[in-house]
Design a protein around this ligand. Structure first.
Ligand code: HEC
Length: 161
């Protein structure tokens, strides 16, 4: 390889590559950015899952459902689906939910990320919630509603007896 080729082509190309890959370079769009993947959220599908996955056995929305867990009514007029808040709330309740599910139902619900997103859509969408009626729940599931609040400290250092 001729030295002039190195000087004229390879070195500038190499220098440019180094320059572009330097962190914080404004023109750099070659770096991979971590992004948030966002599923398509369908609150009506979320309502269906709320019933078929058994959430409704323990939680009420719009006055329909069990009372073992807190109501999942959205605030009036709310239009923001806060997925991270939903995840944090699910996690905070996880210990009690898993415990009560295994006691009462003998299984633990198993949801895909997409299903979770639809349910979050329903939990935050007051408009959709106001359409939710007792008649949307099959008798079989309605008969399973737990009518009393499940009282369990979530402090893992004092598990239930
Ligand atoms: C067997 C009963 C049971 C089932 C079924 C159940 N939960 Fe719960 N859930 C609870 C209880 C009890 C709590 C309250 C935990 C606590 O007070 O620490 C809770 C807490 C929660 C919370 C946090 C409450 C808040 O206001 O922050 C969310 C959100 C939640 N559940 C969503 C769901 C969803 C969605 C489903 C269905 C996929 C579901 N739950 C199924 C019993 C249940």
């Amino acid at each position: 390889m001729k030295p002039s080729f190195y000087r004229a082509v390879l070195f500038p190309a190499f220098a440019a590559a180094l320059f572009l890959s330097a962190p914080g370079h404004a023109e750099d769009d070659s770096r991979q950015q971590t992004r948030v993947a966002f599923p398509v959220i369908d609150a009506a599908k979320g309502q269906e899952l709320f019933v078929t996955e058994g959430c409704v056995i323990c939680h009420s929305v719009n006055g329909v459902g069990g009372k073992a867990g807190p109501t999942l009514d959205a605030e009036d007029g709310n239009t923001v689906i806060d997925v991270f808040d939903f995840t944090a709330r699910m996690w905070a309740g996880a210990f009690a939910m898993v415990e009560l599910q295994s006691q009462e139902l003998g299984y633990q619900f198993d949801l895909t990320g997409e299903e979770m997103a639809h349910i979050a859509g329903f939990v935050y969408d007051r408009k959709q919630q106001l359409l939710f009626k007792e008649s949307d729940v099959p008798d079989l599931i309605r008969d399973m509603f737990i009518k009393t609040r499940y009282d369990l400290g979530t402090d893992p250092s004092s598990p239930p007896k």
